[in-house]
Design a protein around this ligand. Structure first.
Ligand code: UDX
Length: 435
């Protein structure tokens, strides 16, 4: 099989498919990335991926290339390229999906199966099918959305919660299902549920799932706003409602909200697509989901200003965490860096640290300052902000950190620290949604 696009999704998919016993070639236009992967270096931080790459490359079943003609001979071709948000618009940019399919067309043989995994606006698969038919490739197209989380990508790919195959009707669809069942035979042997749908449903499943997750987070963050207005505690509230099986405690962690390369842009692209389909009112609530999420970042800055009497101008601020979430080096739409940048713009001297994302953060935010450790960042600080809940930060010693800072003030943007422990060590502890 071939895997076109070797980013967070494709590189992991290619390595996992080789581990399952398939012969895989990963394709990407970025030659440096291909060279790194071919020599067993993961071009981004993903736990377990370096070991998996090494193991799969050693079997000889995995190779990488920047020459798309190397897909020849593969029967199944996965499209794993990115669909970022268009600049100054809420819709998705499909340039990479279109370009990868166009690049594949001349190399497809009759009976080949092209499988979209990228998150796309519903209707894209149908349009790509027409492209392939017009080029008379004789290839089939299916949509098999990917639900992996960064930081858990290997496990999520090898042991997903479910497999979804969106296929065309009739015997073509039957053939696509048969091929995909061969691809995922080891996964299905584990008892993973597999759902066969039409193309439209499969494309919608992915954005529906991400919209639900984003809504869940913004729901609890809306409750956090109410807790702030009433002196209630959103963590206890989440625990209490989460005991109801129908609600569940997962994805009810209040705080700075969601970021990353998926949830924010997916809910926006979904709204844009609904508008094009003439049902924009249907997803109007996602505008609020997005707005609640953005407000949390502003509230964090406000909380800091409130605590120091109105202005953070000239204060030294230590920011713990730059990645959009722990166990990732991804800083796309990172709530932590957004807050850091807002505080810098208000005159604070902001020093950011992160166990894995420093290099990415430095490149994207050259005007911020950076430190290699939490202790170094906190030295001389007037405020310490915990904005990404890396395990390293949850075990920081408040006494030791207290000796490094100028003022013992900690703001917990992820409601991840124990207020009692920090207050006992002489710190002012404040968080979002908790008294
Ligand atoms: C998400 C989906 O989970 C995944 O299924 C999909 O394939 C891609 O998008 P990912 O972006 O890797 O995955 O991160 P996820 O773990 O979902 O977290 C998203 C954001 O929500 C992070 O910024 C995280 O900090 C935040 N979050 C998560 C909360 O604020 N509260 C929570 O309770 C959970």
């Amino acid at each position: 099989m071939s895997v076109v696009g070797c980013g967070y999704l494709g590189a992991v998919h290619a390595a996992c498919m080789a581990t399952l016993g398939h012969d895989v070639v990963g394709i990407d236009t970025d030659k440096a990335k291909i060279d790194a992967l071919q020599s067993g270096d993961a071009p981004f931080f993903e736990p377990g991926l370096p070991e998996l790459l090494e193991e799969a490359l050693a079997t000889g079943r995995l190779a990488f290339s920047s020459d798309v003609s190397d897909v020849r001979g593969a029967e199944v071709h996965f499209i794993c390229v990115g669909t970022p948000q268009l600049p100054n618009e809420i819709a998705a940019d499909l340039t990479f999906v279109d370009a990868s399919v166009e690049a594949l067309l001349p190399h497809l043989a009759p009976g080949d199966l092209v499988v979209g995994k990228s998150t796309v606006p519903v209707g894209t698969a149908e349009r790509l099918t027409t492209l392939s038919d017009e080029a008379d490739t004789g290839a089939l197209l299916a949509w098999n959305p990917e639900f992996l989380r960064e930081g858990h990508a290997v496990k999520d790919t090898l042991h997903p919660d479910r497999l979804v195959y969106g296929v065309p009707a009739g015997i073509e669809g039957d053939r696509a299902v048969k091929l995909l069942d061969e691809v995922y035979s080891a996964t299905m042997a584990d008892g993973t549920p597999r759902l066969v749908t039409d193309l439209a449903t499969a494309q919608l499943v992915k954005v529906a799932a991400n919209s639900f997750l984003a809504t869940k987070i913004s729901f609890i963050n809306a409750m956090a706003e109410l807790c702030e207005a009433t002196g209630a505690d959103v963590t206890l509230l989440a625990d209490a409602i989460g005991h109801d099986d129908r609600i569940g405690r997962k994805f009810l962690n209040a705080g700075l909200g969601f970021g990353g390369g998926c949830l924010p842009k997916d809910i926006r692209a979904f709204m844009a697509r609904a508008g094009e389909l003439g049902v924009d009112q249907t997803l109007a609530f996602l505008r609020d989901v997005d707005a609640i999420n953005t407000r949390r970042r502003e509230r964090m800055v406000e909380l800091a200003r409130e605590e120091v009497g109105g202005s953070i101008d000239g204060l030294r601020v230590a920011v713990l965490g730059a990645a959009f979430k722990p166990n990732s080096d991804d800083i796309r739409d990172s709530p932590a860096l957004d807050v850091a940048e807002q505080m810098r713009a208000q005159g604070a001297d902001v020093v950011v640290t992160d166990p894995q994302a420093l290099e990415n953060a430095r490149t994207a935010y050259p005007e911020l300052s950076f430190a290699d450790s939490a202790l170094e960042a906190a030295t001389g600080a007037d405020l310490v902000l915990l904005l990404t809940e890396w395990a390293d930060y949850l075990t920081l010693d408040p006494v030791q950190l207290g000796e490094a800072v100028r003022q013992r003030r900690i703001f917990d943007g992820r409601l991840a620290l124990d207020p009692v422990v920090w207050r006992e060590a002489g710190w002012v502890y404040r968080s979002l949604g908790r008294p």
